[in-house]
Write a protein that binds this ligand. Sequence first.
Ligand SMILES: [Zn+2]
Length: 436
Amino acid sequence: MDADSRASQQIDLADAVRVMERCEALARHSEELGRLTRRFATPALAAAAGEVAAWMRAVGMSVRRDNVGNLIGRYEAASATGAIDGEPPRPRTLLLGSHLDSVRDAGRYDGPLGVLVALAVIKRLHAQARRLPLAIEIVAFADEEGLRYGTSYLGSKAVAGAFDPILLQRVSDDGVRMDEAIRAAGGDPAAIPADARSRDDLVGYCEAHIEQGPVLEAEGLPVGIVSAIAGQSRFTVTFEGTAGHAGTVPMALRHDALCAAAEFVLAVEALARDTPGLVATVGQLAVEPGASNVIPGRAVLSLDVRHQDDTTRLQFCDQLRATVGRIVVDRGVADRWDTVQEDNATPCDPALGGALGQAIASLGLPVRRLPSGAGHDGVVLAALCPVAMLFVRCRGGVSHHPAESVTVEDVAVAVQALARFVENLAGAEPTTAVER
Ligand SMILES: [Zn+2]
């Protein structure tokens, strides 16, 4: 029997079916006809949040909205009992969740799946009239993708107290300043800093999310644990050669900027293949003057490098700089190397990851740890509290596309794993009052 059927044998699919139906229902809240696009602080996002709020209330959660627009449902802890001297210990809070905003022409699972899997866990507790020694909050973040303002993680930055008010002056592609958009959506931009959470209250944050890659599918596993969210370096690399007539300049006398760039692109690929766990991509290439009968005088390319270990990533980038240096000498061209972005890796918390591993193992499944090459709200929240992530297999590793696909069986495993994870953490909390 393979791991899939072992797990599905002991798992009830009803909760997962409902999660799938709700992902579908939320996909109908879009800014665009015929495709799913849900940007920050738009009526479409408010409509999706409104629907989730009703589902939260139905399972005994109190619901509020913070000023940046995150929707927060709280499932209260059991009242602490048995304190002998002084104040009863105050129950702490575990954050679960994901984001409700999307990219343009999105799939239906990136974001909503994490919110709805968490909601299914609360539904089980509510159905048993159970309260735990910790409170659970589901946060449906208002902006993770950053589509509207070109800056991601607005929602989690507000929660982590890392929201920079200068962002409020940004203007979206449709001409709305961010502070106006937030006001129109019912928030008070000036009050965002006061929404920051206190670290003392928090046990941690755990997010279920589609993998967005093909590893779990290739290994036949329904879920995995994120070991770290990869660090990322982004550069713009420019090669300056000499433009010339395609018919009159002999090959030996050319300084072709595009040939230099081409050599570099292939060197990036070869070096990345030799570095385990590293991914590097040249996704943009602009050639000037860009005529069929002119030798390219300039080539500008983008370079994106990611790895879960910062030292490995930085060493790789140094190697690439040395490669550029060799290419420009060989070819008699010049180069410019501009850093666009430099983000360190975010390691996930070993204790939370351990509790998640126990939960998965208790379902009879192998515990697979893998890095996330994509960014998530955990990058921001890691400065506030321990973070963990549960990856769910998705077909072909496809994301940010309408073809995003997960199976109901895998979602059932995710619900079960997250539920046991919550139990594991609740068992470790100091107060033990449980009302039935
Ligand atoms: Zn996402």
